[in-house]
Ligand binder design. Structure first.
Ligand SMILES: [Zn+2]
Length: 451
């Protein structure tokens, strides 16, 4: 009986030409909405989602909820935009972790070219679940390249060819690494410009202000900042960067504590003036500065990382390779307040900061580390609202994707439902009840149950 009525209804719909497949989307009703714009939150808000997009968002009084919509009561909850990890190295095992922690977009900044492209494709066609993925593909480095899967450029001409190849494969931006010197960076940026391709950098042989003058769009890890404060220091650090990745990183971190505040302010103003987005990855600096602390290695949160992955991190082996002992760790810890000071200076100069983590490098948990980054940004002096913007709208600006990072009509339906107010305490971003990715609302618990 019911079947025949249903069939009749379908037939009637076919005849009249109208579609009748309810419910046509979802309305999230009654939460406090933090829309990512930096404006004051909207209490008792409605967010209407259809076909993977937000079609309306605002105070309940202003929004008419269309009929046939499934309504979800979120009274007493908070809604924030889906988070963006602006510095990631995405692995397949990390995908559900990102979603469970509300990270709905990742900016991958280096991986093995073929596999990164394949992963982005599978995610974008929906054959696997996970965050939206934007990719640099393989980074461009000097010779010998630090990583075997980077594009090793012995000459500026080879760097140009590297950009051409990356563009033909459809990357979203490019990244240069520590052994790219100013001449090679100039050629790389010139070639990228003809394709309107943005280039970011983990700098070593080029200081941050020189890179900004040449047209670098973003700076990873605040790299090249100490080098930009003093030419003598730049020469000394260049020698270490040429020796290898770990000597370069160690000397770079060591240099922070001794930096002159006025020089640091000058660099901050210059980077802000050139509109370089800084992705400080404080959680990387912080975690690596505490590798000698048993609490770091014994963190119970690490249980969410597959044991094979934890083994392959081989933290003890890395520390040994890097030659880090008590003296180095003490120096890394002394660097942290100065790095925080640089961020305050950069923000005061009008600079834009985006939250990135460098997961899944050693001990950096995909998804979770984004929340650690927001807390560290707040500890550095940002307000919770600014830290949230760093993880949402600023990340979207960095990616040049205006449909991300905001909750407003026309944006993609990526958002996070929280049980507690993140503006009161940034640690409340971890109180995740559910996550909407591409219009699909999922309970955080059920995502966790899937791994
Ligand atoms: Zn990285």
């Amino acid at each position: 009986m019911r079947a025949s009525l249903f069939t009749a209804a379908l037939a009637a719909a076919a005849i009249s030409g109208c579609r009748s497949t309810p419910p046509e989307g979802v309305a999230l009703v009654g939460a406090t909405l933090i829309d990512g714009s930096g404006r004051a939150p909207t209490r008792d808000a409605v967010v209407v989602v259809r076909g993977g997009k937000i079609v309306a968002a605002g105070p309940r009084a202003d929004i008419e909820i269309p009929p046939k919509l499934r309504q979800v009561d979120l009274a007493g909850r908070w809604i924030i935009p889906g988070l963006i990890d602006a510095h990631a190295h995405v692995a397949r095992w990390s995908l559900p972790r990102y979603l469970a922690w509300g990270v709905t977009t990742v900016r991958d900044v280096h991986g093995t070219l073929d596999s990164v492209i394949k992963l982005r494709h599978e995610l974008s066609i929906g054959s696997i679940a996970g965050p939206r993925m934007f990719i640099a593909g393989a980074m461009i480095d000097g010779v010998p390249a630090t990583y075997p899967d980077a594009i090793a450029a012995a000459t500026p001409a080879i760097a140009r060819k590297g950009i051409d190849r990356l563009v033909s494969l459809g990357v979203d931006y490019a990244k240069v690494y520590t052994r790219v010197d100013p001449a090679m960076l100039r050629a790389t940026l010139d070639e990228a410009k003809t394709f309107r391709l943005k280039v970011t950098g983990h700098l070593g042989l080029t200081d941050a202000v020189t890179a900004a003058e040449l047209g670098l769009s973003a700076d990873e890890h605040m790299s090249g900042v100490p080098e930009a404060t003093d030419t003598g220091l730049a020469r000394a650090l260049s020698a270490e960067h040429r020796r290898g990745f770990f000597p370069g990183w160690t000397a770079f971190e060591r240099s922070w504590a001794g930096l002159d505040s006025a020089a640091l302010a000058r660099v901050a103003r210059a980077l802000a003036r050139y509109r370089v987005v800084v992705v400080p990855t404080l959680v990387l600096h912080e975690t690596f500065s505490l590798l000698d602390d048993p609490m770091t290695l014994g963190d119970t949160m690490l249980a969410v990382v597959p044991s094979a992955q934890r083994d392959s991190w081989n933290v003890a082996g890395m520390v040994q390779r890097a030659g880090w002992g008590p003296d180095e760790f003490a120096a890394f810890r002394r660097a942290r307040p100065k790095q925080d000071q640089f961020l305050r200076l950069f923000r005061a100069a009008g600079g834009m900061i985006a939250a990135g983590t460098d997961a899944a490098n050693q001990l950096l948990i995909p998804g979770y580390s984004e929340h650690e980054e927001m807390a560290l940004l707040t500890a550095a002096g940002l307000t919770p609202a600014e830290a949230l913007a760093a993880a949402t709208s600023n990340g979207a600006r960095l990616l040049g994707a205006d449909s991300l990072g905001r909750i407003r009509a026309g944006a993609v339906a990526d958002l996070v439902v929280l049980r507690r107010d993140p503006l009161k305490d940034i640690h409340n971003t971890r109180s995740i009840e559910s996550v909407m990715s591409r219009g699909r609302l999922m309970q955080a618990d059920s995502i966790r149950a899937s791994w």
